[in-house]
Design a protein around this ligand. Structure first.
Ligand SMILES: *Cc1c(COP(=O)(O)O)cnc(C)c1O
Length: 379
């Protein structure tokens, strides 16, 4: 379908710019935080937290990144098909069919429960070829992983599974960023105890990993163990509000598509929730909740125009947002509008949008819709 004219067509002006160089600088900054012998597993699930997993994975090298972790088999397969040559860990959970497929594609399987371990064992036996796994223990998150009562049957299974290659044992923190929370220390103790139980029964792995972004920032990383880091690589604050001084990677922009002057007393947008209190310059921008710009930001966020903050007024629509640009000197049709990122001296962070819409920076970044084209710079 592509024609010579395609490259000259300018599609919608709403786009996301991904700074690969900033991402790689974040990779280096995270690596510099690690104790000796520790390596980075870059977590690129949910399409690299909305940034695009494939271009980011392609920018990584084995030298800097030991593994790439994703959640779904589909995500792992997409990286595999894109010829990413860094080992891929799928965090799961996987169905029986998916386990067989993962083994075939030499994707490293995060085993999250006793049923998965049984299937992995069967698949490995049938294939008579090594299946690499990382075994997850539930040290206190309460979601996935083996609990104490699963350990004896697990060791029994692994004792008779010569083709199952246990590369690592891992777990996941739930409160890593809060130094005053006693749970992180409890999780470490429980993990150590479970690893000890496995070892006494003859099951051990050359590698362990437990730390996410928050734990890495807080240096809760044992020398030699790997870290599974996502959010830090995107310059955001991590889930349990571990602050980071890393660079944002995503910049989300559009352009003013309609600019008008409305008299005092004019309602704007669905529900007429906003009414002008003065003669106002109202800019309409072609982006909406169908692009992942949260409806809950209705009347409750700023965008950047000409390096200045301007408030959103009225409701966020599916495809349109209205902005009061009365105080922006020289504002013109076609001006760049920044929804997320920096313009001049001002920045709108994912944390700011998350706070105003009652969610997490994670959800804001992952939520940027697939119909917003990504462009990559600095690669
Ligand atoms: C998402 C995820 C991570 C990464 O979390 P960040 O807070 O983004 O660093 C690590 N481990 C597991 C199991 C995850 O699901």
């Amino acid at each position: 379908m592509s024609t010579a004219a395609d490259s000259e067509i300018h599609w919608r002006p709403t786009k996301v710019e991904i700074d690969i160089a900033a991402f790689l600088r974040n990779v280096e900054t995270v690596r510099a935080m690690l104790p000796s012998g520790s390596r980075l597993i870059a977590v690129l699930k949910a399409d690299g937290y909305g940034h695009g997993a494939i271009p980011l994975a392609r920018a990584c090298t084995r030298h800097h990144v030991a593994m790439i972790a994703v959640s779904l088999l589909e995500e792992a397969m997409a990286l595999h098909e894109a010829a990413v040559d860094i080992p891929i860990l799928v965090l799961g959970p996987l169905t029986d069919d998916q386990i067989a497929l993962a083994a075939e594609y030499e994707i490293v399987i995060g085993v999250t429960g006793p049923e998965m371990l049984e299937t992995v064992t069967e698949v490995a036996k049938r294939r008579r070829r090594p299946v690499r796994i990382h075994l997850k223990l539930d040290s206190g998150m309460g979601r996935m992983g083996l609990v104490e009562s699963d350990l004896a049957p697990a060791t029994e299974l692994l004792a008779h599974a010569p083709f199952v290659q246990l590369d690592a044992i891992y777990s996941h923190y739930s409160t890593a960023s809060d130094p005053s929370h006693p749970h992180a220390a409890r999780q470490v103790a429980r993990f150590r105890e479970m690893v000890g139980t496995l070892r006494e029964a003859g099951v051990s792995a050359p590698l362990e990993h437990m730390a996410n972004s928050a734990a890495t920032v807080r240096s809760l990383v044992d020398p030699g163990s790997f870290v599974r880091v996502g959010m830090l690589l995107f310059g955001g604050e991590s889930l349990d509000s571990g602050k980071s001084a890393l660079e944002p990677v995503m910049r989300w922009t559009t352009r003013i598509a309609r600019l008008k002057t409305l008299p005092t007393g004019s309602p704007v947008g669905y529900g007429a929730t906003f009414v002008t209190e003065r003669e106002s310059r109202i800019a309409t921008i072609p982006v909406g909740y169908a692009d992942g710009y949260p409806f809950r930001l209705s009347g409750n966020a700023d965008v950047l125009v000409r390096g200045q903050r301007a408030p959103i007024v009225g409701r966020v629509s599916m495809d349109l947002v209205t902005v009061d640009v009365s105080d922006v000197e020289g504002v013109a049709l076609g001006d760049e509008v920044v929804l997320l990122g920096t313009q001049g001296d001002e920045t709108i962070s994912a944390e700011e949008l998350a706070e105003r819409s009652g969610t997490l920076a994670y959800e804001v970044l992952c939520g940027v819709g697939h119909r917003v084209p990504r462009t990559y710079i600095g690669g």
